[in-house]
Design a protein around this ligand. Structure first.
Ligand code: ADP
Ligand code: ZN
Ligand code: ZN
Length: 716
């Protein structure tokens, strides 16, 4: 007798192994369709997996059965195909699909708490109910009589969660996914450049198109997004806005809600599992019209997609640095293409990748060359620090004083936290280095600890030099903590606010500080990266970058690009209000050719020069680059593993260099090496990787060293 062979399905299981796993249909029932969420036995565990595809008939008697189908066809075909493409292109294991496509709550085998409703409305029963003996519920009813309110709004007015739950259970109030649009506030009238940008984007709304909106800081890019978004929302489309950092969400959400008259849903790691699930479901069911999220939001399911915006598209945080090393911006472009919708990449300082794509005709370039409204670009000045001692240059001090005296605020950028970057013995030259990294430890005076900023380890400060016993240890250089001290002494009683990870423990701290600063009283802000990003502080009239020199001589070919971006972004904080702005750049190498170009104050010409240099050196984005990275507690196994890989990977059209040490050759106790794989065409490289990386798992050393592929790496 010939019985038909049982069918299997291929399931992505969240484990760090290459390939999908075959499973048979559950005991009772059919084979689930692709996109279904399933519970499967795996080794001794049970895991939540995603059905990726139908397998062939199988006679493999050892195959296990799916234990249970949790959700039938939860994830759409478009996302399954997108993730398969990503796994191949970025060389991550298919199991990552589960982590990227499902919010945490849906990855757990145990039941999860359903998130509380976000918006509440009165039901007919609720309007009529006799609540004489429930005064607290009567009060809630009164509030809701004027219309839908958010749960947080009700709690803020003094409603208790118990009363709300009682009323929900009794059917007096109901949860509704999203309130009806409220009247939207008109924004400023767009200027000519903005209008042209909006029109260009809207012309593309019926199909895929990638547009790079290169608008100088404060030129009104966000206004452009909002205008386009409104038109698409009116046509019933969903809009998703990707931003680099959680810190920028509250500001943008407030603006969207006021201007578009609809709630903006958020999706990022700062939310609880329940909140993430709520947004995920609202996006999938089409209740969420506007979604603001970080990198991972690029994988949200959408019912009626209309537009993707990637704000600050140049920002490094769009690239994931561990696990599935995808680039959120690039995946967003691919997704828009597959969905057949436009995507807008916005930045005052576009990445060389995107600029290159405009020159190659793949993206369309839209420029906003002037600041919107009355504000002007700040005036730039270079301060030559050669031959000066002391940590606050005299010209810097006088300029700060001048701005404070005329009622301005000052913003100083120094990308180094802590008090002093080096602790050194004056007698013998010993320096406090990290035991686990090739790096100095930074002296943090407030904590009284030496800290490594690369692996997080910390140590007590030695009383004497461990080498020669000399008691004199010198604190060299200046971090934000020391700057705060110096500035406080010099400019007392003007308040000095430090903004870095040590001083700001949560986003509330930062929000509160920004509120204070927006109050407008003269003050000095000193801080790291956190300060350079997208904040609108109209009282700031002077901005300065205190250290450009390191980046001028970095071994990382992307350093000049990042330098230009940081400098232009910091400069862009000055003069956004009524008062004219000024920008200072401090250097000991004023004659450096990069600076000569940069100080002209225009980013695009500077970036085009860099792009020419990259082309001449056959570096990305002129060529495509992937790194094969390996690390181990001893240098030799890591290096040898990569040498073996190099032998396996040889293919015409692909140039392999290395193994060579990473720029930071040791980190967190691991010796780090890399192999550079370069090809003129991205497709060649991606093809080689997807075809040959699975075989690397079989190399003898593959289990002894930690390794991964990094396609389009952001760090070397
Ligand atoms: P960007 O996103 O380019 O930094 P924003 O859209 O945040 O710029 O705009 C910067 C400031 O200028 C905001 O305060 C905004 O309200 C204002 N603005 C934008 N467009 C206009 C305009 N056309 N007329 C007047 N003010 C504008
Ligand atoms: Zn010494
Ligand atoms: Zn370290």
């Amino acid at each position: 007798m010939n019985r038909p062979a049982p069918q299997a399905v291929q399931v992505a299981v969240p484990v760090p192994l290459p390939g999908l796993f075959d499973y048979l249909a559950p005991e009772s029932g059919r084979l689930p369709a692709p996109g279904s969420r399933v519970l499967v036995p795996f080794g001794r565990r049970r895991l939540v997996g995603l059905v990726m595809g139908q397998g062939a008939p199988t006679t493999d008697g050892a195959l296990k059965r799916i234990e249970r189908v949790l959700d039938d066809q939860l994830v759409g075909r478009d996302l399954l195909e997108l993730i398969e493409w990503c796994a191949r292109y970025y060389g991550f294991v298919p199991g990552e699909a589960v982590n990227l496509l499902l919010p945490g709550a849906l990855r757990r085998t145990r039941p999860f708490r359903v998130p509380p409703p976000r918006f509440l409305a009165l039901t007919a029963a609720g309007s009529e109910a006799d609540l004489k003996r429930a005064p607290r519920q009567a009060e809630i009813r009164q509030w809701l009589e004027s219309g839908v309110l958010s749960r947080s709004d009700l709690l803020a007015r003094g409603a208790s969660t118990t009363a709300l739950t009682r009323m929900l259970d009794a059917g007096l109030i109901e949860s509704i996914p999203t309130p009806p649009p409220s009247p939207a506030r008109p924004g400023p009238e767009l200027n000519e450049e903005q209008r042209r940008a909006v029109a260009s984007i809207l012309r593309q709304r019926h199909g895929f198109s990638a547009l790079l909106l290169a608008g100088v800081t404060g030129s009104g890019k966000t206004e452009v997004y909002l205008h386009v978004a409104r038109r698409l929302l009116d046509r019933g489309r969903q809009v998703i806005i990707l931003i680099p950092e959680i810190g920028l969400t509250p500001q943008l959400v407030r603006r969207i809600e006021a201007r578009l008259g609809r709630p903006a849903f958020t999706y990022h790691s700062g939310l609880s599992e329940g909140e993430r699930l709520a947004t995920w479901q609202a996006a999938r069911q089409g209740h969420a019209d506007v979604i603001v999220g970080t990198r991972s939001a690029v994988f949200l399911p959408l019912l009626r997609p209309g537009l993707i915006v990637v704000d600050e598209e140049h920002d490094g945080s769009f690239k994931q640095q561990d696990g599935a090393r995808y680039h959120g911006r690039d995946v967003a472009v691919l997704r828009a293409r597959r969905l057949g919708i436009p995507i807008v990449l916005g930045s005052a300082t576009p990445s060389l990748e995107s600029l290159n794509n405009t020159e190659a005709g793949r993206y369309r370039l839209l420029e906003l060359t002037r600041r919107a409204g009355q504000a002007r670009q700040p005036h730039w000045r270079v301060i030559d620090q050669r031959g000066q001692s002391g940590y606050l240059a005299p010209q810097l001090q006088t300029t700060i004083a001048r701005h404070l005296d005329s009622g301005g605020q000052v913003l100083l950028y120094r990308n180094r936290r802590g008090y002093a970057p080096v602790l050194m013995c004056n007698a013998c030259g010993w320096q406090a280095d990290c035991q686990r990294c090739s790096a100095h430890m930074t002296w943090h005076r407030q904590d009284e600890r030496l800290q490594c900023h690369h692996c997080g380890s910390s140590a007590r400060r030695p009383l004497r030099c461990p080498e020669c016993g000399d008691p004199q240890l010198a604190e060299l250089g200046v971090g934000t903590e020391r700057l705060e001290e110096l500035l406080s002494e010099r400019f007392a009683p003007v308040p000095v606010h430090r903004v870095d990870r040590d001083s700001m423990s949560g986003k509330e701290d930062f929000e509160k500080l920004l509120e204070t600063v927006r109050g407008g009283k003269p003050c000095i802000l000193v801080g790291t990266q956190m300060l350079a990003k997208g904040h609108h502080l109209p009282g700031v009239t002077l901005a300065a970058v205190l250290d450009v020199d390191q980046a001028l001589f970095s071994a990382d070919f992307r350093a000049p690009e990042r330098l230009g971006q940081a400098v232009c972004q910091v400069a862009g904080r000055a003069g956004r209000g009524q008062q004219a702005g000024e920008f200072l750049l401090l250097t000991r190498h004023p004659e450096h050719p990069l600076l000569a170009e940069l100080v002209k104050g225009r980013y695009l010409p500077y970036a085009r020069t860099l792009l020419e240099e990259r082309r001449a050196a056959a570096l990305p984005p002129a060529t495509s680059l992937a790194l094969l990275c390996a690390q181990a507690h001893q240098p030799e196994p890591a290096r040898r593993f990569l040498a073996e890989c190099a032998r396996k990977l040889t293919t015409p059209g692909i140039e392999i260099s290395g193994p060579m040490p990473a720029i930071m050759s040791r980190r967190g106790g691991y010796w780090r090496f890399q192999l550079w794989l370069q090809a003129e065409r991205r497709a060649n490289l991606a093809h080689l990787l997807s075809a040959s990386v699975p075989a690397l798992y079989d190399l003898p050393l593959a289990r002894k060293v930690r390794w991964h592929v990094d396609m389009d790496p952001a760090e070397l």
